[in-house]
Design a protein around this ligand. Structure first.
Ligand code: AMP
Length: 209
């Protein structure tokens, strides 16, 4: 099953992608995680992406598209994948549809005011990328990743000013993809304000219909 997850930053794409990848036995590919890993390792790509990410802007398509296409050509993606955070522009979506035949594009809908509240409580694992929320999706042990035991952190781009910028960028550049996939007959929309496991259930039901 080849899926893309759409939704504003903080809508729960990472959490859902992780559950779906486990359920469907396919890789979870997060462009944000790939960029953050490159940043940590101070690679040339990480250095180029840094200023965009710090400002809440999108990394240019020419840096992003080839990266994803290379990843999708790897062996473990041949039976499917969950794309989390890609595509984010019409140009990225076009590049993807030229190479890949998707099964569905899942739009996780969450109103802006809920997003802003959520981002303040988001904590992420700097080691494996797992995402938590202090109130809505806490780890079993406070501040520690359930999956790999690393100490959780607040993402640098989850500060309030950057969250606002990222939401504006989402509405300007990424939200048009909802219509794009609707016109292709691939769009599935779920209510992302439910508990994480109920959102997963709604997605699984919708993609199996
Ligand atoms: P995320 O973890 O998906 O919220 O991504 C964090 C940041 O990485 C974004 O704010 C962008 O700066 C960058 N990024 C992630 N995915 C993309 C993409 N598909 N296109 C451009 N920039 C991206």
């Amino acid at each position: 099953m080849k899926l893309v997850l759409l939704g504003a930053p903080g809508a729960g794409k990472g959490t859902q992608a992780s559950s779906l990848a486990e359920f469907l036995h396919v890789p979870h590919i997060s462009t944000g995680d790939i960029f953050r890993k490159n940043l940590r390792n101070e690679t040339p790509l990480g250095m180029k992406a840094k200023s965009y990410m710090d400002q809440g802007l999108l990394v240019p398509d020419e840096l992003t598209v080839d990266l994803v296409m290379d990843r999708l050509s790897e062996e473990d993606c041949q039976n499917g994948y969950i794309l989390d955070g890609f595509p984010r522009t019409l140009a990225q979506a076009d590049a993807l549809s030229q190479k890949e035949k998707l099964d569905a594009a899942v739009n996780i809908h969450v109103p802006d005011e809920v997003i802003v509240e959520r981002m303040g409580g988001r904590r992420v694992c700097p080691s494996c990328g797992e995402s938590y929320h202090v109130q809505y999706n806490p780890p079993k042990q406070e501040g520690i990743c359930d999956k790999c035991g690393a100490e959780l952190i607040t993402r640098a781009d989850d500060v309030p000013e950057t969250v606002q910028k990222r939401l504006t960028v989402y509405h300007d550049q990424t939200a048009p993809l909802i219509d794009y996939y609707d016109q292709k007959g691939l769009l599935v929309t779920v209510d992302g304000t439910m508990a994480p496991k109920d959102v997963t259930g709604a997605i699984v039901k919708a993609i199996q219909e």
